[in-house]
Design a protein around this ligand. Structure first.
Ligand SMILES: NC(=O)c1ccc[n+]([C@@H]2O[C@H](COP(=O)([O-])OP(=O)(O)OC[C@H]3O[C@@H](n4cnc5c(N)ncnc54)[C@H](O)[C@@H]3O)[C@@H](O)[C@H]2O)c1
Length: 386
């Protein structure tokens, strides 16, 4: 038996989200002709039983709901009453207009619907793999928080996606994944506005290569802080909310996915800080998976091969192709193209990894509810597991 603490609002929100989604993707609302409906769920206070409260809420919600998928949003923590909006999308939910809909059959569920109506957070979502993941998740119907240190870049992407969709499908939130305060503030905002999070993609990462003989400790620690410790901090603050979402039905699966690397599966010459951190994320993945399975939180890693078209490699000024050419890392290479061909030739499937490849792995992980703690390679055959 668990009880509410003094952090009441941030506990109520995920519970409500869990209750309305109830493990079957969506609150289903019967015919209701009023433009908005006020449903008084009663008051709760510190020390009250969570299980008993959820039972009462379930009865009240069941009285006016049946089977249509709606998008819940929890807003208004500044008000004495927590406001809980419902809609077929975020904008409707915030305005509380969705309950005015008269609906027919529940929509069919196809493979592309795996993340539809989910709330996702993508750290490092402003560019590179993260940006591609954000775009795909929005395309497949998720509501995405673009969480990045680069707030301007995140906002630009959110504005573009919202403009294209003509509704709010993404929001920018500034975060530094190496700071507990910053990640907590991000989670508080997401819970305040969306009630919880279904899919947390820990993607933010940095790379500083260098020989173990000469690398500065501060460079080693910089990579470790973002790529390894950042994943710990994100999981620490996402998991309690996800656990509450699961609590009402015990059938509410959520996902934490870290974007590791093929360098998390095999060593990387003169790139030990990065490979060490990426190996480490797989150790965390397995350990967190064991612990969080009781809350129906799956924890997995995706291990992409080199994203040769991404900014890390292809930036014309500081990309790895330019750096490796200048450093003579590829014997005989006379141009950036030579360096690129050399890296492509290491891949049995003959090309670099793309975000389209990575998103397929993400959708598989979310859809698969009989697997956790895995590291899924997406390397064109460059790394093969034993
Ligand atoms: N590029 C590749 O070839 C490749 C291959 C395998 C795995 N990966 C992994 O994929 C992920 C994304 O890589 P990418 O190449 O797209 O990177 P990128 O450098 O293009 O983008 C990284 C994003 O993360 C943000 N970021 C950096 N530090 C942050 C922090 N402390 N807090 C919040 N945001 C922060 C940056 O602002 C940027 O928007 C990384 O984890 C990386 O290790 C990349």
């Amino acid at each position: 038996m668990s009880t509410f603490t003094d952090n009441l609002a941030f506990e109520i929100a995920p519970l409500l989200r869990g209750l309305t989604f109830d493990g079957k993707k969506g609150l289903i609302v019967h015919r209701c002709e009023a433009k908005s409906v006020a449903l008084n769920l009663g008051s709760v206070g510190e020390g009250d039983s969570i299980e008993e409260t959820v039972k009462v809420w379930r009865q009240k919600l069941d009285e006016f709901t049946s089977t249509y998928r709606l998008w819940p949003a929890v807003i208004g923590f500044d008000h004495p009453d927590l406001q809980f909006g419902l809609g077929t999308n975020y904008d409707e939910a915030v305005r509380g207009e969705g309950v005015s809909m008269v609906v027919g059959l529940a929509p069919s569920f196809t493979r592309d619907d795996v993340v539809r109506d989910s709330v996702a957070i993508v750290t490092g979502g402003a560019q590179g793999f993260g940006e591609g993941i954000v775009r795909s998740l929005v395309e497949y119907g998720a509501f995405v928080w673009i969480a990045d240190m680069n707030e301007a870049g995140a906002k630009k992407l959110a504005d573009e996606l919202n403009w294209e969709a003509c509704i709010t499908v993404a929001k920018a939130v500034q975060v530094n994944v190496t700071s507990e305060e910053s990640v907590k503030a991000m989670m508080d905002r997401v819970v305040a506005e969306c009630g919880g999070v279904d899919l947390f993609i820990s993607n933010a990462g940095v790379l500083r290569s260098g020989s173990v003989k000469t690398m500065d400790l501060k460079d080693f620690q910089f990579v470790t802080d973002v790529d390894y410790t950042g994943f710990f901090i994100c999981t620490k603050f996402a998991a309690p909310t996800m656990a509450l979402q699961n609590l009402p039905s015990r059938a509410y699966y959520t996902d934490i996915i870290t974007i590791s690397s093929k360098s998390g599966l095999e060593g990387s010459n003169k790139n030990g800080a990065y490979a060490g951190a990426k190996f480490g994320t797989i150790g965390l993945t397995q350990s967190f998976a064991l612990e969080l399975v009781e809350d129906n939180i799956k924890v997995n890693a995706v291990c992409p091969g080199n994203f040769l078209d991404g900014p890390l490699w292809s930036d014309p000024e500081k990309g790895l192709f330019v750096q490796y050419l200048a450093a003579g890392k590829v014997p005989g290479a006379k141009s950036v193209e030579d360096v690129r061909r050399s890296y492509e030739s290491k891949v049995p499937m003959g090309r670099g990894c793309t975000t389209a490849d990575v998103i397929k792995a993400i959708l598989y992980i979310v859809e698969q509810t009989y697997e956790t703690g895995q590291a899924v390679p997406v390397t064109g055959g460059q790394v093969m597991l034993n």
